[in-house]
Write a protein that binds this ligand. Structure first.
Ligand code: 5AD
Ligand code: SF4
Length: 447
């Protein structure tokens, strides 16, 4: 008999990937996707610890799940509740204590044990937040049924950088790179399942240093060059990178590998050397400028994205002005920006010189105004151009499809659904703040 599985995913693409793998792992045990948590025999919250009050949000979500579980029990049914992801890793014991109806707490490195944990769930709460990353990839199932046009593939996990604001080194553990052969095999299966684009994922993806198929070790540049050889794999991307780990081989890949799309998310966090040092970012603002310059020499049309934190402890007006200067100098196609918020257990959380909230609010508004202006200008600059667009899925309006430009912009265009999976030339007619719209060029002009 089929059972129903509902997974709610928070946070980054890595969690989206992990959720898909958990669903695949449970499928042989008869679990199929539920339309909502009400009807689910197993509910998994795949949580994220990056944002402020992450644990609070999980507890409030769990309040709702508890009511559904009780309602199901009153009808004579059963619901197993699992908390996965980074909040599970960081606060597992507290979850089990505060939410006794939670059956399973499973950290990101222990997903391969989920079927066993589900089997044991009847006999009381089970927790696995251990950290053996190799084991996880060895034990996850191989099969990927339908990949979707654009697929994610985790190549690296964890982080050894210890930026002073960040929980990732604590929740995701030490850096681990999967062997290249395993990644190439998974990419092959994704392409066989219909993927045209693969985005390589890692918390610190360009620190990748996996075992090469012929012995030795490969960096991310080598891996990208090898993946570019796969027939049918039209587009490659990778995220998230650290500026310190952009090596010559990776820069060369941006020049040499046509499948590697001209868009890079390269978080800088701040434009002030003083703040960057306090963040333990291991590079200065001019290093970032030079890295971007090297990348743009290799790939002149490279569009950049970044993450920024304003109001980091000790950030003064001059530091913030340096961030605005850097943004003006580089020019970003898009970006994410956040107010600094203390994460328990990280060094910056206990720094004495915390920036007052109103100052953070004001700086965030100023930074977002500038970044928004740059994003609108970048999108407006695409109007009148013809861009190759990978059509991914139906749009909101009938007859419309949505795809991605090389620069990761969403592009809306009218086209029949049979064309999903094709890369078509789209003449861009309009730019909106977060997307483009255009007209598919007649066949024969395919990009
Ligand atoms: N406060 C604010 N922003 C943070 N980020 C990570 N930790 C914090 C924090 N404590 C942001 C960084 C990172 C992105 C994923 O989230 O900019 O690159
Ligand atoms: Fe966190 Fe990224 Fe710094 Fe690692 S490199 S500690 S994941 S911000």
């Amino acid at each position: 008999m089929t059972k129903q599985l509902f997974i709610k995913t928070y946070g980054c693409q890595m969690n989206v990937y992990d959720s898909a793998r958990m669903a695949e792992l449970m499928a042989p045990l008869g679990y199929a996707a539920a339309s909502g948590p009400e009807s689910a025999d197993l509910v998994i919250l795949n949580t994220c610890h990056i944002r402020e009050k992450a644990a609070e949000k999980v507890f409030s979500e769990l309040g709702g799940i508890r009511r559904l579980k009780e309602a199901r029990q009153r009808r004579g049914g059963r619901m197993i509740v699992a908390v996965a992801g980074c909040v599970a890793q960081a606060e597992g014991a507290e979850i089990l204590a505060r939410a006794p109806f939670v059956d399973i707490v499973v950290g990101p490195q222990a997903y391969h044990r989920l079927p066993d944990m589900v089997a044991r769930a009847g006999a009381g709460q089970v927790q696995d937040t251990s950290f053996p990353p190799e084991a996880k990839f060895d034990h996850l199932p191989e099969s990927r049924e339908v990949a979707g046009v654009s697929a994610f593939l985790t190549v690296q996990e964890g982080c050894d950088k210890f930026c002073t604001f960040c929980v990732v080194p604590y929740t995701r553990g030490a850096e681990y790179s999967r062997p290249a052969g395993e990644i190439i095999a998974e990419a092959r299966r994704l392409v066989a399942g219909g993927a045209r684009e693969v985005t390589l994922l890692g918390q610190n993806v360009n620190a990748y240093h996996g075992a090469a198929p012929d012995g030795g070790s490969w960096g991310l540049g080598d891996l990208l060059r090898a993946l570019a050889e796969l027939p049918g794999l039209a587009r490659l991307r990778y995220t998230t990178s650290h500026p310190k780990d952009v090596d010559d081989s990776l820069v060369a890949a941006h020049r040499e590998v046509p499948q590697l799309m001209p868009f890079l998310h390269l978080p800088v966090q701040s434009g002030s050397d003083r703040v960057l040092a306090a963040m333990n970012r291991r590079h200065g603002a001019s290093d970032y400028r030079r890295t971007v310059e090297r990348l743009r020499v290799a790939r002149p049309d490279l569009a950049l994205s970044s993450d920024f934190i304003v109001g980091f402890p000790g950030e003064d007006a001059a530091d913030f002005a340096a961030t605005l200067d850097l943004v003006r100098d580089i020019g970003f196609a898009q970006a994410f920006s956040f107010k600094y918020s203390p994460r328990p257990g990280t060094p910056a959380a206990t720094a004495a010189d915390q920036v007052p909230e109103p100052v953070k609010v004001e700086r965030l508004a100023a930074l977002q105004a500038l970044l928004g202006e740059q994003q609108r200008a970048f999108n407006a600059g695409c109007v009148g151009r013809t861009l190759p667009v990978l059509l991914e899925r139906p749009g909101r309006h009938p007859g419309q499809l949505v795809g991605r430009s090389p620069y990761l912009q969403s592009v809306h265009a009218e086209a029949p659904s049979e064309r999903i999976g094709e890369i078509v030339a789209v003449r861009i007619a309009a730019a909106r703040p977060n997307s483009l719209a255009g007209i598919v060029a007649p066949p024969g002009r395919a990009a």
